[in-house]
Write a protein that binds this ligand. Structure first.
Ligand code: ASP
Length: 407
């Protein structure tokens, strides 16, 4: 009992098991679960969303201030973006390969009366322009992560360049960071309740659907998620991060379970930061790499898009050519930059991927009903990819520093 009380990871795991059991038992009381259990999950998610903006702003600022050197920020940024892009490209290739391999087992659903109101996907140049804020406060009010990162980078550079004269600001930022971190710690103590209340209604509503007609497509996506995690992340954290894969996945378990229940990378950010730091990632690196990853790195989403593209094409009786698949690799990698780390965002971006190879967007209607089940798995992979990057970049930076010292 004492062990359970002191171990948040164990509490979250128990909450997960309980939610599955209670959810399955409540499959006939979906309305009740949605009306009376889900709101507590929403309260918890709201609290996380409320804390995430100040945490991202102040932790990046603190990280930058303690780096003192502008070049170090650039070096971390470059490594992070290259790692994110490469792993996402690998993820989509795995998704497409697995889709092709399993295609024979996919159901061929009727496409004659499909209707899907596709939201206009944002063109890439607009995504680029939208990274830069035109107002200092709006990004904080709208929780626009990329813009908050840009603000933090500019203000951080400003503080570094002003030097000693900005010592007061430096101390204030560090103190504010400590305060917000404490608030986050308090909120995170509630995560087991959050997991239970978020997951129970989802299981109650979708439990039976898993065995439905889309089971093979879901299974293909989940097998691909697992392959990507076990092959790609195990290899990268071991070879470049110096961490054993077992230790990595064990340390990441609380954040992974939370991502599974909330389907939100942004909501999982605070817990992910804590897990990474416990695994030995540097505070300043984590503060930069994870918020960036929660917005631009979506390996799980990329896999889902690959599998769904193959499935939708096969329902329409279309065989994708190698060239079309290459187009999907490029579009899905870029689409992952524009995908917000919130539930359901990946499905909207699927429209962009389908359009790039001329597949009918209405096809999304075929998978929309079970999107949440795809989403839970893809979010787990999304945040695990971010964490692997934090560990790897931390270790690379440490090695570079040691090399510098020994010269
Ligand atoms: N829910 C995912 C996330 O937050 C995004 C997606 O819908 O694929 O990471």
């Amino acid at each position: 009992m004492k062990k359970i009380k002191s171990n948040l990871a164990l509490q979250i795991f128990i909450a997960l098991v309980l939610a599955i059991v209670v959810g399955l038992l409540m499959s006939k009381q979906v309305a009740f679960a949605n009306a009376y259990i889900k709101p507590f999950g929403t309260i918890f998610l709201n609290l996380l969303k409320f804390i995430v903006c100040p945490i991202v702003l102040f932790s990046i600022l603190c990280g930058m201030i303690s780096m003192k050197d502008i070049r170090k920020v650039g070096s971390i940024g470059l490594k992070t973006i290259v790692y994110y892009m490469l792993t996402t490209a690998v993820a989509i290739v795995i998704g497409l390969l697995m889709g092709q391999l399993m295609k024979g087992f996919f159901p061929v659903l009727s496409t004659s009366d499909l209707v899907y109101e596709a939201k206009e996907p944002t063109p890439f140049m607009n995504v680029l322009v939208d990274i830069f804020p035109s107002n200092f406060l709006a990004p904080l009010v709208n929780a626009n992560m990329l813009q908050i990162i840009v603000i933090a980078l500019f203000v951080g550079f400003g503080i570094i360049l002003v030097g000693e004269k900005a010592d007061g600001v430096r101390v204030l930022i560090q103190q504010l960071n400590d305060v917000f971190m404490k608030v986050m710690e308090l909120i995170l103590k509630l995560s087991p309740i959050g997991v239970f209340c978020l997951l129970t209604p989802v299981v109650a509503e979708n439990g039976a659907k898993i065995i439905g007609s889309l089971a093979m497509v879901l299974l293909t996506a989940y097998i691909s998620y697992v392959i990507h995690a076990l092959v790609v992340y195990s290899t990268t954290v071991r070879t470049m991060g110096g961490v054993s894969p077992l230790k990595f996945f064990k340390g990441m378990a609380p954040a992974m379970i939370f991502a599974f229940s909330s389907a939100s990378s942004v909501g999982t950010l605070p817990l992910n930061m804590e897990c990474c730091e416990k695994l030995g990632a540097d505070k300043e690196t984590t503060a930069f790499v994870l918020p960036l990853g929660a917005t631009i790195n979506m390996d799980g989403t990329a896999i889902y898009q690959g599998v769904c593209a193959i499935f939708i094409a096969s329902c329409f009786g279309i065989d994708l050519t190698l060239g079309e698949m290459a187009t999907i690799v490029v579009t899905a990698t870029l689409a992952s930059i524009g995908t917000a780390g919130v539930p359901g965002a990946g499905m909207v971006m699927l429209a962009m991927v389908l359009t790039s190879v001329g597949l009918p967007v209405e096809g999304i209607a075929l998978v929309a009903g079970v999107d949440r089940i795809f989403d839970m798995g893809r979010t787990v992979l999304n945040i695990t990819g971010d964490a692997s990057c934090a560990l790897i970049v931390s270790s690379m930076e440490r090695k570079a520093e040691q090399k510098k010292l020994s010269q």
